[in-house]
Structures are given as C-alpha cells and as structure tokens.
Design a protein around this ligand. Structure first.
Ligand SMILES: C[S@@+](CC[C@H](N)C(=O)[O-])C[C@H]1O[C@@H](n2cnc3c(N)ncnc32)[C@H](O)[C@@H]1O
Length: 382
C-alpha cells in the first residue's frame, strides 16, 4: 500500500450517531416534568451528557488514531450490499483496520476454521462482459447464466436489442438503472467504450443511472481506495465523460438530476472501480448453468461480468492467500477461509492468477494495482 494513500475514512454509522440524537429527545421530554422531577432529571442529564460526550470524544479520537478500525457491526447497519444470510447470522468475525504497509485491511476477530464461510456480499454495481451484451446469455442484473432450463428469460426491449433477466425479481431490481437507460440513446458512448475494450465505463454509466433515479447515493464508492491515474488516462476518461454527459443531456434528463455528473465524479468513480472491481467467474449453479460455464470456459469466455462490493474491497492481496472469494451462480460473493486463521491475523485474497511465476505476478500487481508485493511467497522467489 502506498504511503500517499488519501482515501476518506468511513463515515460514522447510524448507530454511532445515536448518542447525540438521544440527548435531543431527552431534552424535549424534560418540558413536561414538574420542578422536583426536573431537578432530578437535570442532574441525571448532566451525568448522562458527561458519559455520552466522553464516549463521543473517544470515538472521534479512535477515528484519528493510527490503529483506527471499525467492526462489521457498523457495516451491517448501512445499505452496503450485505445480504440477509449475513445479517441473520450476525456480524461476520472480521474487522477493518489499518495495516502496517498496505492501507486498510481485513482482520479476524476470532479463530476461523478452514472452509468456513466468513461472510457473503451483494454487489453495489455489476455489469455483464461485452460478449454477454452482444449475445446475451447472462442476467443483465445478477450475471447469472441463462440456461435453457433456468426458466424462460424475462426480456425487455432495448434500443435495437433486449435486456435479459433470469427472473422477475432481477427485472424489478434492475429498474433503478434500466428505466434511465431506456430514456437515452447510448450508441456513441457504448461504441466508444466497446471499441477500446473498456469495461469500467459501463459500470460508471450504470452507477450514474442509479444515482439519477435515486437507487444509489452519489458518494457510495467514495470510501474505497482510488487507483493512481496517469494524466493521459485522465484525459481519455474526460473524453468518455463528455460522451456520457452529452447522452444524458440529449435525453433531456433534468439538469438538477445530473448536477453531480462532473469530470471529478466520473474519474473518481473510475479510479475506484479500477482497483476494487472483481471479474466474475461463476463456478456452479444448476446442471444447465454448469454446462453453460464449461462451454464458456472452452470458448475462452469464463468471465460473465464485473462487479464492485463494499466489504470485499478492503481485502489486501497475498500470492498465497488465506481466504478466497467465490461466485456460485450469480454475482453474490461468498468469502471463505482456505485454511485455519488465528484471531488478529490479516485475511488476504489473491488479486491475480496465482499460478503465474513470481516475476509475472510482480509486474501485474505493480502495473494493475500500483504496489510491490512483499508476501512470503514472493520473498521466497516462488
Ligand atoms: C482493493 S484495495 C485493498 C484495500 C486497501 N488497502 C484500502 O485501504 O482500501 C487494493 C489496494 O490496496 C493496496 N494493497 C493491497 N494488497 C497489498 C499488498 N500486499 N501490499 C501492498 N499494498 C497492497 C494497494 O494499494 C492496492 O491497490
């Protein structure tokens, strides 16, 4: 992790803001009490305020302390992409804290056994690969493969094509971006990005549509670490930005709704997607989709799309990881321990193909993620 890291710290969760709210509520209640009760109440309030303000002071101090960390309980209070499976089981046994040299990382809060499902995560934004759009065989929302026996795909007319969904539920959920996509002619933007084989601009387009229709907050990716962008890359991104903005303007989307759409927002979103997005390769599902996956691998199209998540974005890399991330039948991620992990140990995934040799891994990590890997495997030259 680079020393000039400057990603913003996570915001206080609803739970952490609660003490301030309770002071206001108690103060209003005091108006209806008689004078004796009011004196007793006031003394109680002074004690309570002292306790609460020292609690708040401590929390603020923790935020600025180098060992700043936040538990998964704070995350599960937010709309961050956890699915019900995780919340039903309670907070996962991990916390995000600062590492010595790799920025923030994920640490075990208790011993985790080999094979244990640590947590699951739903994506914040997904997008199918280009081949999935040209010859639709994955759900436009959840990226599930559309096998013949998976039910008749629910389709929706699109400019010159169709959106394919695996179910009515996905079709409903996709409304937050599809309704906005339907209103515009994307031919220039899509062609520009497809010709350059770009994938992340499609995710930013989807995110922009979600923000406009109220399906995502404008700053939902801000907490993630941004990649360093070369000035020439920024220039190229600004060209894409102009096309995106022109598309919305041509579709006569209200100026107020697209006020957030600035060069800064666009490049900021891309900078975050570059190092935090996952390439989704499915490993299972129905017999039909297993066959479809096998056929796709033979054709060299193992990936069904890309997706970005909140919590999985905090996992650092190791060429010999102790955790892996799996996608069984759609873009919902499962994070599983590969071996036994002790309490306090950092959980790391492998960002790249671990079967490559040391030199190739080092080059890929430096070029793609901007860091030099010093993991034990790299140190041993393996
Ligand atoms: C997906 S983010 C991981 C979370 C990140 N550390 C943070 O604070 O948000 C990927 C970035 O983390 C840093 N990183 C991840 N693994 C690392 C490692 N093994 N050594 C140094 N930096 C690492 C790099 O800056 C990389 O671009």
């Amino acid at each position: 992790m680079t020393t000039n890291y400057s990603a913003p710290l996570p915001k206080l969760s609803a739970e952490k803001a609660a003490p301030t709210l309770s002071i206001i509520l108690f103060s209003n209640l005091a108006v209806s009490l008689d004078s004796r009760a009011l004196i007793l109440f006031s003394i109680g309030m002074i004690i309570l305020r002292r306790r609460l303000s020292s609690d708040l002071r401590q929390r603020l101090a923790n935020l600025h302390h180098p060992s700043h960390s936040f538990s998964m309980h704070a995350f599960s209070q937010e709309k961050d992409g956890f699915n019900s499976e995780t919340t039903k089981l309670g907070p996962p046994p991990i916390q995000v804290s600062l590492t010595e040299s790799a920025g923030r990382g994920v640490f075990a809060t208790r011993r985790i056994g080999a094979g244990e499902l640590i947590h699951t995560a739903n994506p914040l934004v997904t997008h199918p690969t280009q081949s999935g759009l040209d010859r639709p065989h994955v759900c436009y929302y959840c990226l599930r493969r559309l096998g013949k026996r998976d039910g008749v795909p629910v389709t929706s007319a699109r400019n010159g094509g169709f959106w394919y969904f695996c179910s009515d539920a996905c079709k409903q959920r996709a409304k937050v971006f599809v309704e906005m996509e339907k209103r515009a002619d994307w031919s220039f933007y899509d062609e520009h990005c497809s010709m350059r084989q770009l994938k992340y601009p499609f995710m930013v387009k989807r995110l922009a549509c979600m923000v406009i229709s109220g399906g995502a907050s404008v700053d939902c990716l801000d907490v993630l670490q941004p990649a360093y962008l070369h000035p020439l890359t920024i220039l190229e991104m600004e060209e894409e930005f102009e096309l995106l903005k022109a598309t919305f303007l041509k579709a006569q989307i209200d100026d107020k709704l697209i006020a957030f759409l600035t060069k800064r927002w666009y490049t900021g979103a891309l900078a975050r997607l570059r190092i935090n997005s996952f390439r989704i390769e499915l490993i299972g599902g129905s017999y039909e989709s297993l066959l479809a996956s096998a056929a796709a691998i033979v054709e060299g199209e193992a990936a069904v799309g890309n997706a970005v998540y909140m919590l999985p974005s905090f996992y650092n890399h190791d060429c010999d990881p102790n955790v892996n991330i799996l996608w069984i039948e759609n873009a919902d991620a499962k994070i599983r321990a590969i071996r036994d992990i002790e309490a306090g140990e950092e959980l790391r995934i492998c960002y790249i193909d671990a079967s490559m040799d040391c030199k190739a891994r080092q080059v890929l990590l430096a070029d793609g993620f901007g860091f030099q890997c010093h993991c034990l495997r790299c140190k041993s030259g393996d």
